[in-house]
Structure formats: C-alpha cells, structure tokens
Design a protein around this ligand. Structure first.
Ligand code: BTN
Length: 250
C-alpha cells in the first residue's frame, strides 16, 4: 500500500495539521501545501508564508522508530536527496543539525516535533521568493531556488513533494526506523558544513570535529570535547546566528 501523500490548497501549518491528523498519515505519510497561513519555525519563531512560492511539507509517523532524536538529521538528508533527484546536481550542504544550505545560504528549514502518538518533521523549502522578500524579513542569509538561478513551476513543485515523500516514507525511512541513524552517518558527515570549521555555541566555542551516532556535534574546545545535541551553532564563513544551544551533561 502506498504511503499517504496529502495535498491541501491552504492550511494554517502543516505541522499543526499533521499532529492533529496523525491517524490520516499513519503509519508514515506526508501532507503538503504551498500556502501556509500560520507557519511555525524553531525556537518559537514563525515561518513566513510566501503563497505559491514555498513548499511547506510535513511527514508524520506513528510507526515505531528506534532513534527518533535523529529525525532532524535524517530529514535533512532526505531533502538533499529529493532536491538533487528532481533538480540535478546542486551545491547543497547541511548545517548541523538540519538546515539545508545552497551556495552558502539557507534554502530549507526543518522543525521536528513529538506528540503523544508519534513524531512529525516539518520542512519549509524556499522556491520562488525574490530578494525583496528576504530583505523585508531581514533574512540576509536566506535564499530560494529562483534566486539561485533555477526555474520553478507547478509541475516541478508536485514532483518535489513526491520526491520528499519517497525519501521520508519509502525504503530509506524503513531502514532509519528499524536501525536508527548509523547507516546514514557517513553520508551525513560528507555533507555537514560544520566539520573541520570553527563553531560557536552558547557557552563555548571550538572546532567541530565529528557528528556521532546519536546525531550530536562533537566540538573540540579549550576545555576538552563538548557534545552539542540541540539548538543552533554558528559556523565561520556561513552565517553566524547563535541563539540557543544545549550540551549533553559531561
Ligand atoms: C526553522 O525555523 O528553520 C524551521 C522552519 C520549519 C518550517 C516548516 S514549513 C512546513 C512545516 N510547518 C510548519 O508550521 N513549520 C514547518
């Protein structure tokens, strides 16, 4: 049986919809729209709607997953693969844990959330916004496919939604659900823009050395190795918004 792939012409937030309708996505399914009137971002922020110019998509799961804490990293890989499947080779990197960076700017943001019955991964992809859109929102580090020279049309948006769904609910999802992130770790490391670079996080700074099997960023600091497991990390030469980080207890 095919996994649910639901299109809504308009919705408040695909994450809110998925959490309220998880049974319709069970055991693993996707809902998407290009018009989201109350989009949610990380750290309690919003995610601004650009009607018809963004892809707003959430995968929802009631299936058993052995390592749900790595859903953000698995989702980032899924998006990178889907975008290159549909659009061909792109200079996409992952900024730990789950921002997708195209030509040095943020193209995709991901917000994973848990519910009593499962987990959801909400993905916002900038498709056709112009520079004025990012300027008005004071997002100098944001970009869209169109700003990077690609052409976007309705057929391509549908192809993207289907490709995201294949990655997020197909055979690779089955492997991640059963085995966790370990089978994807090398692939993730190869795309992770932080590795080998100076990084700052709340309460520390150092050089990002590795991503471990738990999905944590291992940072070599003056006081030793720190394991950063959530929040945001700034990377020299990328964009340096540092808002909140947490470290695992040492
Ligand atoms: C971030 O702040 O970087 C994460 C943004 C996540 C936005 C997406 S758009 C689809 C899904 N629905 C939401 O309300 N949020 C996520």
């Amino acid at each position: 049986m095919n996994a649910p792939l639901i299109h809504l012409p308009e919705v408040d937030s695909t994450n809110l919809w998925a959490k309220a309708n998880l049974d319709k996505l069970a055991p693993a399914g996707v809902v998407w729209t290009t018009c989201q009137t109350a989009g949610r971002g990380r750290l309690g922020r919003g995610w601004t709607n650009a009607a018809g110019q963004g892809l707003y998509l959430t995968s929802g799961y009631t299936a058993k997953t052995v390592q749900p804490s790595t859903l953000p990293l698995f989702s980032a890989l899924a998006v990178q693969r889907a975008l290159t499947t549909v659009l061909g080779p792109l200079d996409l990197k992952v900024k730990w844990p789950n921002d997708l960076i195209l030509n040095g700017k943020k193209l995709v943001g991901i917000l994973c959330e848990g519910t009593a019955d499962g987990i959801v991964s909400g993905i916002g992809t900038n498709l056709a916004q112009d520079q004025a859109y990012f300027d008005a929102l004071n997002l100098p580090h944001g970009t869209s496919l169109v700003l990077e020279g690609l052409t976007v049309n309705d057929q391509m948006i549908e192809q993207l939604a289907a490709a995201y769904a294949e990655e997020l609910t197909g055979p690779r999802f089955a492997v991640w659900a059963a085995e966790g992130f370990a089978p994807f770790l090398e692939e993730y490391r190869a795309l992770c823009i932080n590795l080998g670079r100076p990084v700052k996080f709340e309460g520390g700074q150092g050089v990002a050395e590795q991503v471990d099997e738990e999905g944590r960023l291992i940072v070599r600091t003056e006081v030793g190795e720190q394991k950063v497991f959530t929040g945001e990390v700034s990377v020299k030469g990328v964009y340096e918004d540092i808002e909140r980080t947490e470290r695992t207890p040492r």
